[in-house]
Design a protein around this ligand. Sequence first.
Ligand code: AHM
Ligand code: MG
Length: 335
Amino acid sequence: MAQNISLTRYLVEQQRVDGKIPAQLRLLLEVVARACKSISQAVNKGALGGVLGSAESENVQGEIQKKLDIIANEVLIEANEWGGHLAAMASEEMDSIYVVPNRYPQGEYLLLFDPLDGSSNIDVNVSIGTIFSVLLKPEGHPGVQESDFLQAGNKQVAAGYCVYGPQTTLVLTVGDGVAMFTLDREQGSFILTQENLRIPADTKEFAINMSNKRHWDAPVTRYIDECLAGTTGPRDKDFNMRWIASMVTDVHRILMRGGIFMYPWDKREPEKAGKLRLMYEANPMSWLVEQAGGMATNGRERILDLQPTKLHERVAVVLGSKNEVERVTRYHDPA
Ligand code: AHM
Ligand code: MG
């Protein structure tokens, strides 16, 4: 790999070589990356920047918002609204869509994001992140409405996330594999540090919130019990467990070294399909995982083929190393 390839150069070269990235999309991705740099700075300042703690407000899903949830949301909106590349945005932290104001030109893309994923980790200095997904606004009518966003994940034109951890790392796909960039704080730019990320098909590491075990459905309990039995059980190998409670960080680990991540449906709120959001979390992460050779289902179906019926829809998530995700999916629906 050539040395010191910035995100800008990477995107320009992708645009030039095979035309995969139209100019507006390139601008969009650069603007999102710039916003992530600002969020990273706010995260780094922590208590010194007065950004920790609760904002004492609730989002549309009834979750208490942290100050950083709101700051990250505002940073993403302010960075993206004026460039002419977007028609509208939707966020986990906003009740309804945000249409680009009339004073700015309207573009053809729709941007969706979870501005600060892993909110419960903000105040305890554990890695958190931003997740984003890009769609094209459907043609055929002027303006933009909420139904324009209700597209299956297989329609995404770009997806990625930025982890604010020991390093700030941006991971991106435009449907041609997965590339990773690390923020060089001295240069102030994201530098390409790995291309063509691959998730091994097999793994010995699972990620699930074990404290919910008594609420799970039988197939999930069966899978985890078999992992826990280790060399004395049917899997004939010992498993390791990790649960960071920031999906972005758990998925990043899986992209780096394999593993399986699950946030399944459970009996606590049976009317909800799952905890995680389809449009802001599951779809972008599922596409990244598939682009790296992994697999993502809701236990039964491929996540990317699910037709959303509402913006803040929730979904059960099983993703990561292909052979393990296949196994969990098989346990849900034995042939
Ligand atoms: P958030 O977007 O409000 O932070 O919620 C999503 C997070 C995921 O990042 C993580 O996998 C999960 O919620 C953790 O949930 P729990 O605290 O139930 O383990
Ligand atoms: Mg989240």
